[in-house]
Design a protein around this ligand. Structure first.
Ligand code: BTN
Length: 329
């Protein structure tokens, strides 16, 4: 059996046996049911086990589903995911340089809106302002979503804002933690960074061609897992929630929240997301320094506007800014 056909059989077999966990299925009956041979069923079981599924066998050679791995396999992400647009098509990798880079290539080749690119590990995770995003294996979430909103490029920063809200809501669904968003899109738990968003854009002067929303979340790291240089700035959902997190479940909650915010954004712009953003805002009413290249602006944070810009009360009056790095002291 060639590999893609075997993979598709494994997906169908999984669908069937996971409906009744711990219940034994006879391979001959399964082969009749799935219109294949017993030998292929056995090969598909081996393949599923190699993907990390726990499947037990009894003395009669029957198989029972025990547990699914917490890995970002397409089948796992799609299992029970009830989004309509987001992540209906998934590209899942073990190791790649950057999910944003792959998503850009796919978007240029006209991949469909909502396509999700995800990896267990990135060797060149991109961060904002030319930085790197630390992306160790099997503990984080590194993904990119392709969008094709019919909007003017000036509205595109709003997508980072709505993504930050979807992410903050996702983390908030776990435990009573102090979750804040630091403009434009750092997510903090107890003042330490747990997630970041990198939005990349391809646009003409008056029209967005595509937007890539890249999301990186520290999920299951323990404090000692962070390299020394990150330890005093970074945290994870696990540290905040005081429990190990099922990453696939976290992703599914996020995708659902993201879809909800994106639909609202397309209808109403930032009207709804802004309210939530302000509720989570780390900087609200604070005196801040905004660094834009070599320029340093000091002012008090008043708001974010409908373009997602930071509104500051500065010495030179009230001004809005669409990029830069903010510090509070
Ligand atoms: C930041 O600097 O805060 C933004 C970090 C964004 C990292 C994510 S990880 C998945 C996606 N692919 C990348 O290369 N970067 C983003």
């Amino acid at each position: 059996m060639n590999p893609p056909v075997l993979e598709s059989l494994a997906d169908k077999l999984l669908e069937k046996i996971r409906q009744r966990p711990e219940q034994y299925f006879d391979p001959v009956k399964l082969s009749e049911n799935l219109k294949t041979t017993e030998k292929n069923i056995i090969a598909a079981i081996s393949l599923l086990r190699s993907w990390g599924y726990s499947i037990k066998a009894d003395k009669e050679g029957r198989y029972a589903f025990v547990a699914a791995p917490d890995s970002f396999l397409s089948a796992e992400i799609l299992h029970g995911l009830d989004t309509r647009l987001i992540a209906r098509k998934i590209y899942s990798f073990q190791t790649i340089q950057s999910t944003n880079a792959i998503a850009c290539q796919l978007a240029s080749a006209k991949a469909s809106e909502g396509t999700l690119v995800i990896a267990e590990h990135q060797t060149r995770g991109r961060g904002r302002l030319g930085r790197q995003w630390y992306s160790p294996k099997n503990v984080g979430l590194y993904c990119s979503i392709i969008l094709n909103p019919k909007i003017h490029p000036t509205l595109a920063p709003g997508i980072s804002i709505m993504t930050a809200v979807a992410l903050a809501d996702t983390i908030a669904s776990y435990d009573d933690m102090e979750i804040k968003i630091k403009w434009p899109n750092d997510i903090l738990i107890s003042r330490l960074k747990v997630a970041g968003i990198l939005t990349e854009l391809s646009a003409e002067i008056d029209r967005v061609e595509y937007v890539i929303v890249g999301v990186g979340v520290n999920i299951n790291q323990k404090r000692a897992d962070f390299p020394a240089e990150l330890r005093e700035f970074a945290t994870s959902v696990r540290i905040g929630a005081k429990e190990k997190i099922r990453r696939v479940e976290f992703l599914q909650i996020f995708l659902k929240n993201f879809e909800k915010e994106y639909i609202l954004f397309k209808k109403l712009g930032l009207r709804e997301a802004r309210k939530k953003f302000l509720k989570y805002s780390f900087l609200h009413n604070q005196e801040v320094k905004l660094k834009m290249g070599r320029k340093l602006i000091i002012g008090a944070v008043l708001d974010i506007d409908e373009f997602g810009r930071l509104v500051l009360d500065t010495r030179d009056g009230i001004m809005s800014f669409n990029s830069g790095e903010v510090t509070t002291h």
